[in-house]
Structures are given as C-alpha cells and as structure tokens.
Design a protein around this ligand. Structure first.
Ligand code: FES
Ligand SMILES: [Fe+2]
Length: 445
C-alpha cells in the first residue's frame, strides 16, 4: 500500500509525476481528423459494451450495438454462448437487424438469404446459381470476439486485442465482491448531447468540480481532496474511492435536515447520540459499517455478504478506458458511457443505466441518478438533452448537472484562447486519460 492506502498495482492518481505532460488541446474535441484517428487506432482496438446479459435469456435473443458508422449484433446460442457478428449481410452487405430483439434466424430483407444464429448461411434463393458453388452451409457472417464481465456483454473488433479480463484489469479482481451479474437495470436512457464524447471521461476522472457543480453531494459523499483516494492503472483505467459520509468542510445550515441522519437512522443509529457534527460524521460512518455487518442478513441485503468494510459504506467511482464509467455504491451501480456521433465531433450519445442490487422485500429502489424506480428491468428511452428540457425525469440529478456543463465545455474547446488545461494534482487522471489515448493513436499500444 502506498499513499493513502493505494494498492501496489496502482499509480497514484494525484501525483503529476506519473504524467508526461501531453497537452490537452482543443482540437482533440473539435477536429474531424482527430475523430478519424480515434476510430482507426483506438475504437477498433478496445472492448465495447453491447448490453447486459439480462437481455439475452433465450437462444436467438440478440443485442444490436451501433457505434459510429459500424453496427454489431450479439446473439445467444443454443449452448448458452454468445456470438457477435458484424451487422452486414454476406451477400451484398445489406444491414441485417436494426433493434435488439429475438429471432430463430436472420433473414436479409434484400435477397432473402437466411443466416442461422450461429452465423452460418442456412438458405439462399437459387443456391445452384453461384459459379463459386452453393454458399449455404459454407458462408459465415463475419464474427467478432465476444466475452462477458459484470453482467455486461463486450466485444472487440480487434482479433489481436488482449483478453477482456486482461483489458479490464484490475477491475474484475477489485469488484469481485459486487453481484454485478444480477444487478437489475431499473433506469435506462440514451441521451443525445452536444459535446465530444471525451467530456464524460474527463469529467468522471476528477471530483474537483463536485463542490461547484453538485453542491448537494458533499453532505453525504466526502469528496474532499485529502479523504478521497485517487488511483490509476497503466491500461488507462482509474478510480476515486470516496467515503459515503459527510464532508467536514461543507456544512449545511443549522435547522436543515441532514441526509446523513436518515442514512444512520435507516440502520438503527440515533444521529442525536453524537456530541457534535464531526463525531457524527466520522464515528457515525464507523458505526454504520458495524450496523450493516450486524444486520444485513436479517434485512435481506444479501449482496453485503462478501463486501469488505470499505465496500459496505463507500463509493469507488471508476472509469474504464476509454468511455465507460461505473459508480459503485453499496446498493447500486451506475453505468455511464459516451459514444461519438458518426461524423460530428461536437456530438455524442450519453448512456445512463442505473442498476440496483435486489434486496428482499424491496419493490422500489433508490437509483441514485434517477430517483426512486420500481425494481424491474427498464426499457430504453431515447432522448435529446435539449439543454435539459428533453430529460425532465432526471432534472437536478448529479448527472444532469454534469450534462448541463457539457455544451459550454465544448464551446470553450473551440476558442483560440484555450491552449491546454491547467490541472490540479487531483485532476491528474484527466491528463493521464489523454496520454493513454495518445499511446493508442501513436501506435505505442
Ligand atoms: S444483401 Fe443480403 S441477401 Fe442480398
Ligand atoms: Fe459531476
């Protein structure tokens, strides 16, 4: 363990000595040429999330994942394996499927070729009319590597990419105590946002903006620079581990209900039993750990069974290179992802998936970024952000506040007055992300 308990496998995400100092220039966010380099050298080489394994229950169930101008679909096989294919017919290239659904086989709408869910051509009109020979049983859809972790279905376009678990390391090991496979996606929104996709990775790589952008957070998550732990790994992943207890630097005015009081009370701890605010925050947090360890079973919090003292009360906010963020909380996961627009570097889509760990007897869950939700798999809602008007359901939530800043950030990247970021040590991971991206673009990975 290094500084502040940082594990030996990690770099200190608050130490700028771990950086080369590559500038974070505006063209990275605005230039179509830069966007093309990202596609050529990075997006075609990393692992992408297609969806959740919960979407693939029966053989023939499939998930369609569009990415820029590419499209891939992942199909559950008879033997329970998942295969991923490029979404293009092996005859003359017609797109095969448009939306996630379920089919026994895949008939092309153009000349009617029928592909089995294993990707092998089953039927073609006039099969003997091919001078190359009957294509049935012979031609296959072009397949991609597909794997699962954490209840997510992943694929890569790169035959040479590392195995998924190696690409993700050390996340599978770090998060082995969380029941990610069975988390229920209770809220699912895809939002068109007028900003470059990197806004989200930059934003989720630091908590320096919290006090300004999310003033409601410090009373229940301590993101103070010296209490959070900043970690990053050579593969480009990183996290900030934040105690879920009030920050001692921000105080709510006297007489305002304190959110931490309700958290303590929910676990039979009397917030009035502490002599002062500091003791309530610090000792209350320890008492909360003890209460949860004592009471989890009788209260149906079966997912606490393997969690350690940190996991049972704290929030490791985790970025997986290059575009996936998972915020882990004791009872929830929040998955955030941005993906570039096919042609415009000023636009992206923002995926917000709120996932809950089921607790016996709870039919409504607190989804953290979207308010209370019924415990059931949600349908996807597609929206335009429209300066907040398009997403009234998440108004004033943390993630909404981030999105409100996204467009102004993108405008600033176009200015001749912007040269490079001037970063605090606690924003080290922002530059590190760009340096790992540069490693991909410049062939060092
Ligand atoms: S393009 Fe699919 S059958 Fe012709
Ligand atoms: Fe934020």
């Amino acid at each position: 363990m290094g500084r502040q308990g940082i594990p030996a496998s990690a770099l200190d995400g608050r130490d700028a000595a771990n950086l080369r100092g590559d500038p974070i220039t505006g063209d990275r966010y605005t230039s179509p040429a830069f966007m093309q380099r990202e596609w050529d050298h990075m997006w075609t080489r990393i692992w992408h999330v297609a969806g959740r394994t919960a979407e693939l229950e029966e053989p023939g169930d499939y998930i369609v994942h569009d990415f820029m101008n590419e499209s891939v679909f992942c199909v559950l096989q008879e033997d329970g394996a998942i295969k991923a294919f490029y979404n293009t017919c092996g005859h003359r290239g017609q797109r095969l499927v448009w939306n996630s659904s379920s089919q026994e086989s895949f008939q092309c709408p153009y000349h009617g070729w029928v592909w089995g869910k294993d990707g092998v051509l089953a039927k073609a009109q006039d099969p003997e009319d091919f001078p190359q020979g009957n294509p049935c049983g012979k031609l296959r859809l072009k397949e991609l590597r597909c794997a699962t972790w954490g209840g997510f279905v992943w694929y890569t376009m790169d035959q040479e990419a590392p195995e998924l678990l190696d690409f993700l390391a050390p996340m599978p090991e770090l998060y082995r105590h969380y029941p990610m496979d069975t988390a229920v996606r209770v809220f699912w929104m895809k939002i068109d946002l007028d900003t470059n996709w990197k806004f989200a990775t930059d934003n989720f790589s630091e908590s320096y903006h919290t006090r300004t952008a999310h003033p409601q957070v410090p009373p229940w998550i301590d993101q103070d620079v010296d209490t959070a732990r900043h970690e990053m790994w050579p593969g480009g992943h990183g996290r900030t581990v934040q105690p879920m207890r009030p920050s001692l630097s921000d105080r709510l005015p006297e007489g305002v209900d304190h959110p931490f009081d309700a958290i303590l009370q929910a676990w039979d701890i009397d917030p009035q039993s502490y002599p002062d605010f500091e003791t309530k925050a610090m000792q209350g947090w320890l008492d909360l750990k003890a209460a949860k360890k004592r009471l989890w079973k009788e209260r149906g919090y079966v997912h606490y069974e393997n969690m350690d003292d940190e996991e049972i009360t704290d929030s490791p906010h985790t970025v997986i290179f290059p575009n996936v963020t998972i915020s882990f909380l004791p009872d929830n996961l929040v998955f955030f992802r941005t993906e570039p627009h096919p042609t415009d570097p000023n636009k992206c889509t923002f995926d917000l998936w709120c996932m809950a760990f089921p607790v016996a007897g709870q039919s409504v869950v607190e989804s953290v970024m979207a308010g209370p939700q019924p415990l059931r798999e949600a349908e996807m809602q597609r929206r335009a952000f429209d300066n907040g008007r398009g997403v009234p359901e998440i108004r004033d939530q943390i993630v909404y506040q981030d999105m409100l800043l996204a467009e102004g950030q993108q405008r600033g990247m176009h200015s001749r007055g912007y040269q490079d970021a001037y970063l605090a040590a606690q924003e080290t991971r922002v530059r590190f992300f760009h340096e790992v991206l540069n490693d991909y673009l410049e062939g060092r990975r």
